[in-house]
Design a protein around this ligand. Sequence first.
Ligand code: PEP
Ligand code: MN
Length: 362
Amino acid sequence: MNTTATKENKTIDQVWAKRPLIISGPCSAETEEQVIETAKQLAQTGKVDVLRAGIWKPRTRPGNFEGIGTKGLPWLQQAKKQTGLLTAVEVASAKQVQDALHFDVDIVWIGARTTVNPFSVQEVADALRGVDIPVLIKNPINPDLELWTGAVERVAKAGIKNIGLIHRGFSSYGNTEFRNAPMWHLAIEMKRRNPGLMMINDPSHICGRRDTLIHVAQKAIDLDYDGLIIESHIDPDNAWSDAKQQVTPTQLNELLDMIIWRKEDINSEEYHNALDQLRNKINHLDDELMQILGQRMLVAEQIGKYKKENNITVLQTNRYNEILERAYIKGELLGLSKEFITKYFDAVHIESINHQTKVLNS
Ligand code: PEP
Ligand code: MN
């Protein structure tokens, strides 16, 4: 393990264990002055743990700035020396891993466009074999948990102990509210499958614009994420990549001040008793709901019997529409969203059809 103490005496172990972990810095390293000045201002906030900077930029279209390349790595080294911030860069090939290691980068991350490609992930993993450096793995650009999981497995198999996940959203065709749709449920499911891996949120690449960063960052904190990676730049409007979504270190400081930081747990007995009681109530209600659903299925089976005797189809669209219309009206009065009612009744309806089909085929 790399235990080199930095200016502030923080080791990579300490930083890796810190919650919330805050990573910030420019989308791309552009000039030595830009990197060092951004780092200095970030360090001054006292809230940032790791300086990020893209050295090699995987751009969707050729002709855009593709990163300053290896010559930017000494700038990061300098920034670390002057500020005590640890450093993180994106790597996508064996050569990039070697260069990053050569210049003492503390953390590497695998970008969204690399996570989708098992050949590249394997190449990076092989280059990391025998090296004890933390690796952050961004979600693939497409909503596929298996690809994300596969990347984690390849890196873990190479012997990397400290692996973290970055949720940066998923791309889709056409303009949406987000540059990359967060699809929170996928990140939550990934976290459920990998409870030991830290989950960091990347509001910059989810939002694609600076004015909505706070909402996404707050939501991530509400969902108990372990940290944030947010792009910052001393002159965001003139950034060579991702200009619209970057903020100044001062704006980052304000944003972090605005976030309501939530704890997963506290040690108060009163709080725990109250919570236990409410959770018991929920358990009882869930039990009742299941009982009622079981009864509902028995009624559906009786209907199935009649349908069988009279040779009638199981699916009757009109009837289902009628059920939904009733539910929307009642649901609204109870404060249940139309979206929830639709999902819930779809699930109940499919289960009913399965029960009826069993009866018809018996
Ligand atoms: C980045 O972090 O600048 C980047 C290229 O992100 P992503 O891989 O999420 O697109
Ligand atoms: Mn970027």
